[in-house]
Design a protein. Structure first.
Length: 253
């Protein structure tokens, strides 16, 4: 009986592990629908793949690149971001498979597209600041580690997706199973930009300890942090304080 029980447990363990491995992208990425807006757009081409970028408030000297969460619609976020940062040209990238972009999302592809967007934007703007929320914070830290960024704002960020996944599935070796680890903490040493980390007091998606580990990796002189009270991971931007503190940090670029 003991042998049968052990075999059953082993089979179950392996089966769940296989499901987690095969379905990992479906658990990480939640592509948003293609919604039309009245804003301008630009398209980044990579072979047959087209990556769409929403362009808000064109014509300003300084720019903001914003990378959203894993289920955040850039089209739906456009109006509010345009209103809150009227003196910046803002670029909101639809990840591959999201919105008007084609292809399939992956860490490698999103990193590549984010750098391509920065390089294109840099030709037209003197100073570039970057914002990243949740999954987008992993993209933002990567770009800031590889390009010249003035200000870096990270909203509900993590040390790495791999570390968060390990907490969620402690009996599985996520370092071996996970393809897209988004190692934000590994990029910190290369980041020179003044950085702002915004936490939600009641965040149930990114455990607090994973944000604190990221915070500890920055120098005290480089980093400013704040916690928005009585808000969670998904409703933090509904708070009237959210955009005010972001505006104060970004300033004039």
């Amino acid at each position: 009986m003991l042998k049968v029980a052990l075999i059953t447990l082993l089979v179950g363990y392996v089966a769940v592990g296989i499901v987690l491995y095969v379905k990992q992208k479906d658990m990480l990425y939640f592509p948003t629908p293609d919604l039309k807006t009245d804003y301008e757009g630009l398209i980044l081409k990579d072979g047959e793949v087209s990556v769409y970028v929403h362009v808000l408030n064109p014509g300003h000297k300084n720019a903001i690149l914003y990378f959203g969460g894993n289920a955040e619609s850039m089209a739906q976020s456009s109006d509010y971001i345009a209103q809150q940062f009227p003196n910046f040209t803002c670029y909101l990238m639809d990840y591959r498979g999201y919105g008007s972009s084609t292809g399939e999302p992956s860490q490698e592809a999103i990193y590549k597209d984010a750098l391509a967007l920065y390089d294109k934007v840099k030709l037209e703007h003197g100073r570039i600041s970057i914002g990243g929320r949740s999954l987008g914070s992993g993209v933002a830290t990567y770009v800031a580690a590889h390009r010249d960024v003035v200000k870096l704002a990270l909203i509900t960020p993590f040390d790495s997706i791999q570390a968060v996944a390990q907490d969620r599935y402690p009996i599985y070796p996520t370092a071996l199973l996970l393809k897209d680890g988004y190692d934000s903490i590994g990029n910190v040493k290369k980041i020179k930009a003044k950085t702002f980390i915004v936490m939600a007091e009641n965040d149930k998606v990114i455990p607090k300890k994973h944000t604190l580990k990221l915070i500890e990796a920055f120098t005290k002189e480089q980093l400013v942090t704040t916690i928005i009270k009585n808000r969670g991971h998904n409703d933090i931007s509904d708070d009237e304080r959210y955009y005010k503190i972001m505006q104060d940090f970004i300033g004039e670029g």
